[in-house]
Structure formats: C-alpha cells, structure tokens
Design a protein around this ligand. Sequence first.
Ligand code: SF4
Ligand code: SF4
Length: 456
Amino acid sequence: MIDKPKTFRHGVHPEEHKEQTEHQRLERLPVPDEVILPLSQHLGAPSKPIVSVGDKVYRGQMIATAQGFVSVPLHATVTGWVTAIENRHHPSGQLSESIVIASDPHSPQTLYNEAPIDWELLDKEDVLAMVQGGGFVGLGGAAFPTHVKLSIPPGKRVQYFFVNGCECEPYLTSDHRIMLEWADSIFLGIRVIHKLLGAEKTFIGVETNKWDAIKVLNDRIPPGLACELVPLVTKYPQGAEKMLITAVVKREIPSGKLPLDVQVLVQNVGTMAGLGDMFAYGQPLIERVVTVTGPGIRRPATILMPVGTKLGDILDYCGGLTDDARQILFGGPMMGTPQYNFEVPILKGSSGIVVFTEKDVRSRKEYACIRCATCLDACPVYLNPSQLGMLARVGRHEDMLELNLMDCIECGSCSYVCPSNIPLVQRFRVSKAMIREKQAREREAQQIEKEKTGSK
Ligand code: SF4
Ligand code: SF4
C-alpha cells in the first residue's frame, strides 16, 4: 500500500516545466567524434592519467587512477585514441587537465572486459572496491565519491537507506525516465547496497508529479526486500537530503552534521541504476542520462550519452538552439551553472542542460531589502537569508558564520521568492568560497610555520 504524500516545512513551488520531456522515452546519443574527460569531475583529489597521447583505449578501460581514498578512477567512455592530455574548458568555468579521446569510427564500441558478476558472492570489501574501481560518484549533482559515502566508520550504523527519486529541480526529467525504464537496474543496485549497509529498510522517495514512476517501482519491489515507496509532495527542494529525511522519518540533522549522524544514508536513484549495471556485467561509470530542454532548444529530449560528450555535439543532436536562445545552464534553473563555451563536456555529475530565451533571462533590477521576511518563510533550513544577504553585500563574510552560513544548502529558494530581486544565493556562494579560501590559506600558513619550527 502507498501512503499519503509527505513533506517538510518551508520551501517553494516553482513552475515545473517538465512537460517537454517527461513523456518521451530515453534516447541514446550516437557515438561522438571526440570526448573530453576532465581528471577532476568529482569531489576530492583528481584522478591521475595512466595512458599517453597516441594510445588506443577501449570503452570502459581505466585511463586514470584514483589518487587516494577520496578520489575515483576515470574510464574511456568511447573506444578510440588518446589525442591530448592538456587543459581544456571545464563546466566550472576554469581550465582543467583533461584526457581527450578521438573515437574510432569503425569500432563496435563494445564494453572492455564485460563479464557477468555473481553479486551475492561479493563481500563488503569487494563491493566497496568495485564501487570505487568503477569510478562511481553521486549522479544527483554533487559528484561525491560513492564508495566514501558507503564506507561506514566504526561505531556508526545505517538504519534506513534512502533512494532519492525526487528530482525536484524544474525542467529535469532524467531520474523520472530512469525510474520508468530501468527499474531492474535500480533494484539490483538497491539489493547490493541494502545488504552492504545492513539497513533495516530502504525508502524510495519520489515526488507526486511522477505517480507513474511510483507505481512502476512499487510493482517491481523484489520479494524479500524491505523496501517502501514514499510519495512526497511536489515542492522544492524536496530532493535535498535533509528535506527528504525530515519528510520521511521526521529526523532533523543537526547543524554541521551528516545524515549518518541520524542513522540514514541517501543515494540518488540514477546512481543505483548505474551500480546495478556494474553489479550485473561490470560496466563502470562511463555514460549518464541528461535532460536537454528549455524554451531555447529546438528538440528537447532525455538522452543517454558518454561522459565527456561536448555541449555543442549535444545541442546539434537536439536540432540546435532557437534564434532567441540566450542562456545555457548545466543543471536546473534553481541550482544550475551558466555555460559560455560549446566545447565544455558533460561530467559524471551533469544531470541536465536547460536553455533559456531572451524573454526568460531579461535582467531584473535589484531593489533594497524591504524586510518582508518572505525569504525566511522559504528557507528549508531555517536561516535568515535577509540578514545574511545584508552582511554579504558589505563583505562581512566572517560574521555570516555566526548566522550558520555553512548550513545553507544553496537551494536558491530565497532568491526565487525575493520581491526585491536580491541575488541572495549567488552572494552566499561567493561568501562561502571566500571563507573556504581564507581557511585554506590559514591552514597552509600554519603548516609552513610548523615545518619551520620542526626544522630548527
Ligand atoms: S525576501 Fe528579499 S526583500 Fe524580503 S526580507 Fe528577504 S531579502 Fe528582504
Ligand atoms: S539561505 Fe540557503 S538554504 Fe536558505 S533558502 Fe537561501 S539558498 Fe536555500
């Protein structure tokens, strides 16, 4: 039986705009002529190349290794030849060392080392080693290495495993289509991870604007798996980990703590599908589903494509941009980042490309804060965005820490509701970056001081 929809307090209701792609089946992009694979596309240390320019590489072959525990390897996403290892444009806006592969037009593009796996024989260490070896990161956007999240420190336990199928960002429909079309892969991933964690129960949280997916998954729960589908009210940011946990099991994560501190662990539904394919036949993370949509694209679609596919190639496949297209975002309109170069590649964590037209992005004049408190009512983590915004505007970044700036999940709900058009979340991102930079400089200075004292 499916319960009545649950939710969290606060949040916002932006228009969904999912109709362009939500009912279209997944498509597979033809193999691109070239892919660009940045060594840094996950949180943690970048991977380290183990191939050279001129090498022939095969789809699924490891081409860069993990550097340490908080890092993952990188695999060739097409069969072809390495043509360069050099700095290329990264979706973050910076240049980043990347492996460039020209695809072999005569290759059948079959998977390197494909082999059936008997996952029931794997022990915990095998599973964790496979997850890291497969280059897995969270596919919901944060790109945190999956094996790190699944490595439970001594003294901690996971009572509930959560699979996040909320996809609360407007326009995006990748997770929706994955849930409708790849239920078997999702449940294989869940069975392996549920067993690894020793969880009492797995919850799959899905917003009620995806009832078809709720029904499909509910009908396919494997016998014997303690798993429940939880419908959630369609509200932004329902897919944020803290909001999902609060809505389903009514546990609040204290400031500065993690879901594990309330005995919960969350993974994205797309990550589960990817892991399912790895535990079925050994496929590492070499491709992902991306929603390409928005009023500025001629043929919106949800597409399975190799990681490293260039933005320009994807737009061409979708019929190109409309004449009035003005802004391209990687990610959704609430948390996405604008792109300025058609050569940037899709990363492991890129879930969508949204193109807006002139009329959607007309710049809005900023006015002074009128202290209406609308942003306080919207903030899902109970911050005071108005006060934080005033401090950010005058550069008092350190003072913002006392107002718990670091708890801000950068959801953008405050900016969305602000009648004065104050770019609150953008300012909070800058403040956080400045604080982190200062802290890093201080750590470095302390280290140098320590080394000097030690060498005397
Ligand atoms: S919503 Fe905007 S105008 Fe209203 S209090 Fe917040 S920052 Fe000020
Ligand atoms: S302050 Fe941060 S968490 Fe709160 S609404 Fe704004 S962006 Fe979201």
